[in-house]
Structures are given as structure tokens and as C-alpha cells.
Design a protein around this ligand. Structure first.
Ligand code: FES
Length: 107
């Protein structure tokens, strides 16, 4: 079972067992990671599921689509080179140990 590690804005870390096939957003919202708002429920419309993917993992993710790239222009916290929308990151067994940092705000 892949483990996803969320690092909160205050540096607190939370390890969550995830299921392959779920999105990182789904893992966060079903386990009370309240810094992921996910207003649109994962339909790539809100950009309130913004995360910063740890630099050691960015190259291992599927590349972002055009829609995700567009939405990332509208995130509340600063967009960085490792910014992604967590609803667009699909968990696979290879992502066991994925580390994502949470921005200090989503709205
Ligand atoms: S949950 Fe709305 S864009 Fe990701």
C-alpha cells in the first residue's frame, strides 16, 4: 500500500496509507488533511488542491496537462516550479513514499 507523506505549512508531517488509483487529493480529503480544500471535488476546476511536490519526486509524476497548467496560474499561494494540483496526481505503487508540501492557503 503506497504511503503518501503530507508536510503541513507548519512543518508537521502526516503519513497516510493510500490506495493505488486514488488521487492525492482524495487521500488528503478522506484523512482530514484540511489544507486541501478541493472545492470542485477533483474536476480540475477550482485549483484549491494545490501542493508542492518534493523535488525528489517531481520527475516521477506523470506530466501535467494543459488544463492543470492553466489552473495553476490561479492558485492562491505562490506557484513554484514544483506546484501541482493534487487531484491530478494519480497514485501508483511506484509513488510509495511520495512527499508533498501543503501551501499556507488555498483561497
Ligand atoms: S479539486 Fe478542484 S482542481 Fe483539484
Amino acid at each position: 500500500m503506497p504511503v503518501i507523506i503530507f508536510i503541513h505549512a507548519d512543518d508537521r508531517s502526516q503519513r497516510i496509507d493510500a490506495s493505488a488509483g486514488d488521487s492525492v487529493m482524495q487521500v488528503a480529503t478522506t484523512h482530514g488533511v484540511d489544507q486541501i480544500v478541493a472545492e470542485c471535488g477533483g474536476n480540475a476546476m477550482c485549483a484549491t488542491c494545490h501542493v508542492y511536490v518534493d523535488e525528489n519526486w517531481t520527475a516521477r509524476l506523470a506530466p501535467m496537462g494543459e488544463e492543470e497548467d492553466e489552473l495553476l496560474h490561479g492558485v492562491a499561494a505562490e506557484r513554484l516550479s514544483n506546484s501541482r494540483l493534487s487531484c491530478q496526481i494519480r497514485i501508483t505503487p511506484e509513488l510509495d513514499g511520495l512527499v508533498v508540501r501543503l501551501p499556507d492557503r488555498q483561497i
